[in-house]
Design a protein around this ligand. Structure first.
Ligand SMILES: [Zn+2]
Length: 461
């Protein structure tokens, strides 16, 4: 018998953590942080529902905190087995976890942090990288393979083969991780899996269909052109991983008129572009290292063009460089985190540029109710930043086309790629309604047996 426990990520978007046990080995897929409400944040401090010291190994799908953010705590609590991921996932995870340590230091000065830098370092001593598409034998009982998920650089779908000693045969379990939007700006489309006994599929957008994203480049171009024509400032609150690099790549093509295909995208005039986020700058450096991970046309362009650099592009790591953006002449673009204006350097720029109706703000991701980003988008005025009121006169535009997640139709299309019907499909990593909606569709359209597991539930495979 093989048991599977949903230790996290059941009826929740965040906190993915799945324990598999075949009686001889115990291992984990994902070790994510819960994010969102104060209760979610608190839950991260609780003990794991298993003894980390008896876990043999861990496989991580990708470098988002809700999929690997508790790895240093796992190590701190006694885990000392290998951790497996693709090379970019390892590189970006280190940046994201180091960033978490600094955020926790600022936020939770009254209580001990979830983990410290020494725990992050200890985790990376255990971290091994494996390429896509190679079957890795852990021992004669267990093997796994990582496949492209198309969500962020290095993101994977996990296929794992586990021996059931009662039935004396191997069973295959597949975890989708987060699946990418199609087409991605930079990445290849997710791989299809032809066979599995059991599937765990994410459902972040399990109840939603994206708007058509074919106009995304044109909308960005128009925002750049209008900013130049008005001699104004364009603010883009952005997310450090993938969204930022998508935008830099697009601007590289729009500003230098060099998309590698010989086809003219039309060039906007000269405009200074600032990336004002230490974490996004570090992640961009990782993207520069891994051109072979991009889709064919983008990899090809990388042979003759620096994808994430162009004239007038400036990365401002230090506080001094960041301050100089204030006095730099218009027109200019400022990309900074946090993506929902919940903190970070974007707030300093919003404080300065929100009042002028000639300026533009471009929202490139969903703004959750209650965040400063949401209030700005909804036109609330004044906006209180660092305790002071700021008139919200800036022109607001939305650009939905850069979502990094597959929508309901893409998730169903991926599920339809199995050549034989899986014994069961577990729908995870989504709000309860989204998971239920995807489970319902998979049952009715594809005829699959589906289950939306409860938090902590244990099932026999
Ligand atoms: Zn993700």
């Amino acid at each position: 018998m093989i048991s599977l426990q949903f230790c996290g990520g059941a009826r929740s978007v965040t906190g993915g953590n799945y324990l598999i046990d075949n009686g001889r080995s115990k291992f984990l897929l994902e070790c994510g942080m819960q994010q969102g409400s104060p209760e979610d944040e608190k839950a991260n401090y609780e003990d794991f529902p298993y003894d980390p010291s008896v876990i043999d190994f861990l496989i991580v799908t990708h470098a988002h905190i809700d999929h690997m953010g508790r790895v240093p705590k796992l190590v701190k609590d006694g885990f000392d087995g290998p951790i497996y991921s693709t090379p970019p996932t390892k590189d970006i995870s280190r940046i994201a976890l180091e960033d978490s340590v600094s955020i926790m230091k600022e936020e939770h000065s009254d209580k001990p942090p979830l983990f410290e830098m020494e725990d992050v370092n200890a985790a990376f001593d255990l971290w091994e990288t494996v390429p896509y598409e190679e079957v890795i034998d852990i021992d004669e009982d267990i093997s796994f393979r990582l496949r492209e998920a198309g969500h962020i650089l290095g993101s994977s779908i996990i296929e794992v083969w586990v021996t059931d000693h009662d039935e004396e045969r191997k069973k295959k379990i597949v975890l989708s991780g987060d699946m990418g939007n199609v087409p991605s700006v930079l990445l290849k489309q997710y791989a299809y899996v032809e066979q599995a006994d059991y599937v765990l599929v994410e459902s972040v957008y399990g109840d939603r269909i994206h708007e058509d994203n074919s106009e995304r480049t044109a909308i960005l171009k128009q925002a750049l052109q209008d900013t130049i024509d008005r001699n104004a400032t364009l603010l883009i609150p952005t997310f450090a991983i993938e969204r930022t690099q998508d935008l830099i790549y697009e601007m590289n093509n729009l500003v230098t008129n060099n998309d590698g295909s010989g086809k003219s995208l039309g060039r906007v005039g000269e405009i200074d572009v600032y990336l004002d986020s230490p974490m996004a700058i570090e992640v961009t450096k990782v993207f520069r290292k891994y051109a072979e991970y991009f889709k064919k046309e983008v990899s090809k362009q990388a042979e003759h063009d620096k994808l994430f650099d162009f004239p007038f592009f400036n990365m401002t790591s230090s506080r001094e460089e960041s301050m100089q953006i204030n006095t730099a002449p218009n027109p200019k673009v400022i990309m900074a985190g946090a993506g929902m204006s919940t903190g970070g350097r974007i707030l300093y720029h919003e404080e300065r540029y929100l009042e002028d109706s000639q300026n533009l703000i471009l929202f490139v991701g969903h703004q959750v109710t209650g965040t400063t980003g949401y209030a700005i988008k909804e036109g609330t005025s004044p906006i209180y930043i660092h305790g002071s009121p700021v008139k919200n006169n800036i022109e607001k535009r939305e650009l939905d086309g850069y979502s990094g997640h597959a929508d309901q139709s893409m998730l169903l299309e991926w599920l339809s790629g199995f050549q034989t019907e899986p014994r069961k499909v577990f729908v995870v990593q989504g709000e309860e309604n989204a998971s239920e909606a995807l489970a319902h569709k998979a049952r009715h359209i594809l005829g699959y047996k589906t289950c939306v597991p409860r938090p902590g539930e244990v099932v026999s495979l």
